[in-house]
Design a protein around this ligand. Structure first.
Ligand code: PGA
Ligand code: ZN
Length: 434
């Protein structure tokens, strides 16, 4: 008989893809089973996110995590020891109660999310199943539509362009494997275009090409050209997806576009983005307005929600209550799902369930600071999220996640099914009407 009681939780400091310290948690069960996970870190964070606990001071730019690791070893471990691993929700509730703050600042969002994910890995290992299957149980799941960055900007590229992510989606691909093949061709074609223009300048934080463009529209034109050069039909086979991350350059109803030298109010911002939607095959747009502009979100969604996925990231911060509130007033039609914005996996899952209940698109997402940790690849499949966003098509902290989904797709054999177009909320709405 296996003893799946928690024996110990311990933490160590490891390093993320930006060379910054982060927390790795390891859960040990009495029978020797282990589960391990690493906290990611954002750069363009929403103000409502769980807060990471960092040491401050001058060491490693104030970003060291010795206090967060100590919180795992000295507070989380004694609080969880002796409980069975099987009930993730009650273990997560213990973590939330132990922290006791709304913003998770006492124990730290980094300590909490690393522990919560490590608990899930230990439970899956105890059950002898891969994490995605442990989460899926008997439910049929489909492989997620990937959203893959080609150019990286905003806070991930010293604000070289205002828009943070210029991405592609391949909803007409027949499988996850094929979607990656198409993306590889487009990434290659985009690199060749930049090389020819003499503007190839390495890659940004999430592996997309560093954006040496003189306007935001030039980035869109180059992306269109890359799709065509790679041999695909823009719009019908491959679409564009943008993360505007507007909270980074907008607040109090003003948006300062540094690259274009434009200062816009909320309506002018909506008009500019509407122009992009009219001129380019944009299937998805994330945080088109700032987190403090809910009225702008509503107006944007009323104008474009029937033909475009409109995702709340900083606006909803993976919070189920915010998702329900946004659904009520139709401010978005999709929600980004980031475990470390919430703090625990149970809260993350609740936000996803709230999104699904509202008919939203749900996109499991990495952060700009990542590691070899594969948890989100398993969440996207096991929770049947429909979509997965982990950055670009280079840098191994990104590729590790794409490659893990390839393995899962292969393991499903003939049972494998790809979300494709069905993942996009405006397409499902059309289907249910038609
Ligand atoms: P972040 O960026 O991890 O720096 O917040 C990702 C995103 O905005 O989606
Ligand atoms: Zn975002």
């Amino acid at each position: 008989m296996k003893n799946t009681t928690i024996d110990q939780v311990r933490a160590r400091r490891v390093w993320d893809s930006r060379g910054r310290p982060t927390v790795e948690a390891e859960v040990l069960l009495r029978d020797g089973t282990k589960g391990r996970a690493i906290a990611p870190a954002g750069a363009s964070t929403g103000s409502g996110e769980a807060l990471d606990l960092r040491d401050g001071g001058t060491r490693f730019g104030g970003l060291d995590v010795s206090r967060a690791c100590a919180a795992v070893n000295e507070q989380i471990s004694p609080a969880l020891t002796g409980f069975d691993i099987s009930d993730q929700e009650s273990l997560d509730a213990r973590l939330v109660a132990l922290d006791g703050t709304a913003d998770r600042s006492r124990i730290g969002g980094n300590a909490l999310v690393a522990t919560s994910m490590a608990l899930a890995h230990a439970a899956a290992a105890a059950a002898g199943r891969p994490l995605w299957l442990h989460l899926a149980g008997d439910r049929q799941v489909r492989l997620p539509l990937p959203e893959i960055q080609i150019f990286g900007g905003g806070a991930h590229a010293a604000r070289r362009v205002d828009v943070q992510d210029f991405m592609v989606m391949c909803p007409a691909a027949s499988s996850f494997t094929e979607a990656l093949e198409w993306t590889a061709e487009i990434y290659l074609a985009a690199g060749a275009l930049l090389k020819k223009a003499g503007t190839l300048q390495g890659v940004a934080d999430e592996g997309g090409y560093w954006p040496a463009f003189s306007t935001n529209e030039q980035a869109l034109d180059t992306l269109m050209q890359a799709i065509v050069d790679a041999g695909f039909h823009p719009g019908t086979e491959v679409g564009i997806s943008l993360d505007i991350a507007a909270s980074e350059f907008g607040s109090h109803g003003r948006y300062e576009l540094a690259l274009d030298g434009r200062s816009l109010d909320s309506d002018a911002m909506i008009e500019m983005l509407g122009g992009w939607l009219a001129n380019y095959p944009i299937l998805s747009i994330e945080d088109p307005l700032a987190e403090d502009d809910p009225e702008g979100f509503k107006r944007f969604c009323a104008a474009h929600g029937s033909s475009c996925q409109i995702i709340g990231d900083d606006f909803l911060v993976t919070n189920a209550d915010r998702v329900r509130a946004a659904a009520k007033v139709q401010a978005v039609n999709a929600v980004l799902i980031k475990p470390n914005q919430a703090g625990t996996l149970s809260e993350t899952h609740a936000a996803l369930v709230a999104g699904k209940a509202a008919g939203f698109g749900t996109i499991v997402s990495a952060r700009s600071g990542e590691t070899e940790d594969l948890t989100i690849a398993h969440l996207a499949v096991g929770w049947n999220a429909g979509q997965l966003k982990v950055g670009s098509f280079s840098r191994s902290e990104r590729m590790a996640k794409w490659n893990e989904v390839l393995r899962i797709e292969e393991s499903l054999g003939k049972q494998a099914s790809f979300w494709g177009w069905d993942a996009l909320p405006f397409r499902s709405a059309q289907r249910s009407i038609g």
